[in-house]
Design a protein around this ligand. Structure first.
Ligand code: HEC
Ligand code: HEC
Ligand code: HEC
Ligand code: HEC
Ligand code: HEC
Ligand code: HEC
Ligand code: HEC
Ligand code: HEC
Ligand code: HEC
Ligand code: HEC
Ligand code: HEC
Length: 411
């Protein structure tokens, strides 16, 4: 809008304003759009003040016939134009007090760390004139679009303790791929795990991702797994508030969650032993909960463990024998490692395995004290192998010596 046309419309509207004021008139959307419908209208610093009518009409507020001045409340009583240059920010709470009240409690509205001088407003997540219902596929808060909405700030602008790599980890996860590549709107977006208005800091016990709640947060979608988990040894103690049992994210990670068939997954067949051993070979935990350690060592010494180290995925890992979500103690008749069930458990991979096959202790500790037989066998093998190697070395040395001597003689 050039200066002349602005003055003209200004004079025109001033005229209407003065007439209307005498009848208690309030500005209509059309009045506002007579200026703000102009694509070239800019504020003094050069920011566009154009409002796209089509977009606004398609928005949830346009559909509900909310007027400009319902939101820009400063102008509700305006009698003549131009209006003041600076207006108060829109207060969405006037109509959405429930959402605003919940937002107030969230980490986004609490004082931020000094390195994050960012004010989070409703419009940062919802937009301004193009707001849509949350189940509208074009809404910025529709599940598929949520990662982009949160990433506007979390990709780089917001600095958090452990850095921002988690965004890339999430982007490679099975959840994001399902959401983005397959358009599976039921998959987990940021909001499924963190909430939308009640986002809490990760360390806050009230957070949906805290230890106290994470099982139920994942369990909202993985219903059957939550149920299985709560029936196992770990889950039963989880309910009692034991802090040392594993929760979903200890075994699957927080953002980098992948299919167990994915080579990079924390629970890929050859990596499971490392996940379980973090706790089961920990002396402090073993003492506190009275369980046997050396699980990794005994497993590694076994045929299964050795083959697994070389990348063999068909051999048994901890989870093949113990299960993984509803792990039970050996005395539990439902446990796959209970004596009664062992032949079935081994039989999954060793067809025809009878009770005898399964009888040999699996976690055989080959130190003197705990198992004399296995220890003796191990020592025997070490001696035989050492002797064999020595004989070979002597043979090679003698052969070499002989060759060098013949060479000298020939020279
Ligand atoms: C006569 C033309 C005109 C009319 C009519 C008009 N505006 Fe404006 N409006 C302007 C101009 C010019 C500015 C830029 C002021 C500046 O220089 O920053 C502006 C700025 C604004 C801003 C930004 C204020 C800020 O703090 O950055 C809002 C919001 C706004 N107008 C809303 C409205 C609404 C709502 C109506 C209808 C009730 C309306 N305007 C009617 C010309 C108009
Ligand atoms: C649902 C509430 C809502 C309605 C209805 C609404 N606005 Fe806004 N408008 C906002 C918000 C939020 C902002 C961002 C700045 C702020 O918070 O004040 C904004 C900003 C603006 C600006 C500043 C430039 C910009 O886009 O950031 C103009 C101009 C404006 N509105 C004009 C209008 C006009 C004209 C109408 C009616 C056709 C209208 N608005 C209706 C919420 C609304
Ligand atoms: C951090 C991003 C974010 C901010 C900030 C935010 N919202 Fe939301 N809002 C969302 C998300 C995400 C949803 C969808 C909720 C869902 O899917 O559970 C939503 C949903 C809504 C809904 C639909 C009703 C509902 O709860 O399902 C309304 C209304 C709403 N927000 C209003 C507001 C208002 C008002 C503010 C400011 C006080 C605000 N929002 C601030 C992310 C945000
Ligand atoms: C004057 C009252 C009013 C104001 C102010 C207002 N809204 Fe609304 N809002 C409504 C109405 C009415 C609806 C439509 C409700 C419906 O159709 O179910 C709505 C719907 C919404 C929805 C969609 C809810 C859903 O079901 O998914 C969101 C999101 C929303 N508003 C956000 C905002 C935000 C953000 C602001 C501030 C920028 C705001 N509103 C300001 C009245 C208002
Ligand atoms: C499958 C669930 C899940 C999804 C999806 C998810 N998060 Fe997380 N997020 C978590 C868990 C669990 C934590 C860790 C909590 C802890 O440290 O105890 C976390 C931590 C965080 C933290 C704090 C990080 C830190 O190291 O302190 C931020 C910020 C965050 N998430 C943002 C996001 C954003 C943004 C998205 C979407 C792009 C997202 N999250 C998606 C579960 C999820
Ligand atoms: C306008 C920018 C902005 C948007 C958009 C935004 N955030 Fe944030 N977020 C922040 C700021 C700023 C902090 C506070 C960091 C601090 O305390 O210093 C924060 C903190 C967080 C934290 C806590 C981090 C911690 O240290 O534990 C989580 C979790 C989080 N946001 C998740 C989300 C999710 C999920 C969304 C999308 C629904 C989202 N954020 C959208 C700016 C934003
Ligand atoms: C003690 C470690 C551990 C815990 C705790 C754990 N998981 Fe698992 N999870 C695994 C292992 C190992 C596998 C892979 C088993 C395989 O190879 O099929 C797995 C597989 C999965 C799968 C793939 C489908 C399937 O059943 O094979 C999903 C989904 C899953 N877990 C979700 C969860 C959820 C949700 C929780 C929390 C309620 C959870 N897990 C807790 C170790 C764990
Ligand atoms: C909003 C629902 C939702 C939430 C919350 C959720 N997930 Fe998922 N998850 C899914 C869906 C849907 C898939 C299937 C994606 C696919 O197969 O493409 C999936 C897949 C998985 C897989 C891979 C399964 C496989 O066999 O490939 C694992 C592991 C998993 N989720 C673990 C978790 C954990 C751990 C949490 C909590 C931190 C969690 N999920 C939270 C919906 C969810
Ligand atoms: C975060 C640590 C942690 C991880 C990871 C973990 N556990 Fe445990 N586990 C425990 C604790 C603590 C207990 C003791 C709970 C109790 O029985 O009171 C336990 C108990 C058990 C028991 C019962 C022990 C007994 O003597 O009764 C078995 C079996 C078991 N876990 C197997 C596994 C397997 C298999 C994995 C990997 C898939 C695994 N655990 C991963 C901490 C962990
Ligand atoms: C080939 C099957 C098999 C594999 C693989 C296996 N276990 Fe076991 N595990 C058993 C059997 C059978 C028992 C019970 C008898 C025994 O102690 O040998 C057992 C006992 C245990 C116990 C004691 C449980 C109780 O209730 O007494 C723990 C803890 C345990 N295993 C953890 C692990 C961990 C951790 C791994 C992986 C590093 C692992 N197991 C690998 C079969 C297996
Ligand atoms: C997930 C599959 C799987 C399970 C479960 C399993 N094994 Fe194995 N096991 C293998 C594979 C694969 C080999 C490699 C040799 C083969 O194909 O027979 C092997 C090899 C062995 C070997 C050494 C080679 C041989 O055939 O003598 C023994 C001993 C053994 N398993 C015992 C057991 C016992 C005891 C159980 C049950 C407590 C068990 N396995 C459970 C897959 C498994």
């Amino acid at each position: 809008m050039n200066a002349r046309s602005f003055v003209r419309s200004f004079a025109f509207l001033l005229g209407i304003g003065v007439c209307a004021a005498s009848f208690g008139w309030t500005a209509s959307n059309d009045d506002c759009l007579s200026c703000h419908g102009d694509k070239d209208l800019k504020s003094a610093p050069g920011k566009s003040l154009f409002l796209d009518q089509e977009k606004f009409k398609a928005s949830v507020h346009g559909q509900a016939e909310i007027g400009c001045t319902d939101c820009h409340a400063d102008l509700q009583k305006i009698k003549d134009f131009p209006h003041a240059e600076k207006l108060h920010p829109v207060d969405c709470a006037v109509c959405h007090d429930k959402e605003a009240a919940r937002m107030k409690m969230s980490v986004h509205m609490q004082p931020h760390r000094a390195e994050n001088p960012i004010v989070v407003t409703c419009a940062d997540c919802h937009g301004t004139h193009d707001i849509r219902k949350k189940d509208d596929a074009e809404s910025s808060v529709f599940s598929i679009n949520i990662p982009d909405t949160c990433d506007k700030c979390h990709l780089e602008r917001v600095k958090i303790k452990n850095g921002n790599e988690f965004i890339q980890q999430y982007r490679q996860s099975v959840h994001y791929r399902a959401l983005e590549k397959s358009g599976l709107s039921l998959s987990a977006s940021c909001v499924s795990c963190h909430g939308g208005h009640d986002v809490k800091a990760a360390g806050d016990p009230q957070s949906r991702v805290s230890r106290k709640s994470i099982i139920h947060t994942c369990g909202r979608c993985h219903v059957g797994i939550e149920k299985n988990y709560l029936e196992g040894v770990h889950g039963k103690d989880y309910i009692k508030g034991v802090k040392d049992v594993p929760v979903c994210t200890d075994c699957h990670s927080e953002h980098a969650i992948l299919s167990p068939l994915d080579l990079s997954s924390r629970v890929y067949a050859t990596k499971v032993a490392a996940v379980c051993s973090r706790c089961h070979d920990d002396e402090r935990l073993a003492r506190q909960y009275g369980f046997l350690t050396s699980r990794l060592k005994t497993y590694s010494d076994s045929y299964h463990g050795t083959a697994s180290k070389f990348g063999e995925t068909r051999v048994a890992n901890c989870a093949s024998c113990h299960g993984f979500h509803d792990i039970r103690t050996s005395s539990d008749p439902k446990s796959p490692i209970n004596a009664v069930n062992l032949s079935k458990t081994c039989g999954k991979c060793h067809p025809g395995a009878g009770t005898n096959f399964a009888k040999g202790k699996v976690h055989v500790v080959s130190t003197k004290v705990e198992n004399k037989g296995a220890y003796a066998a191990k020592v025997f093998y070490i001696i035989v192998i050492a002797a064999l190697i020595s004989v070979f070395l002597i043979f090679i040395a003698a052969d070499l010596f002989h060759r060098i001597r013949t060479q000298w003689k020939n020279d």
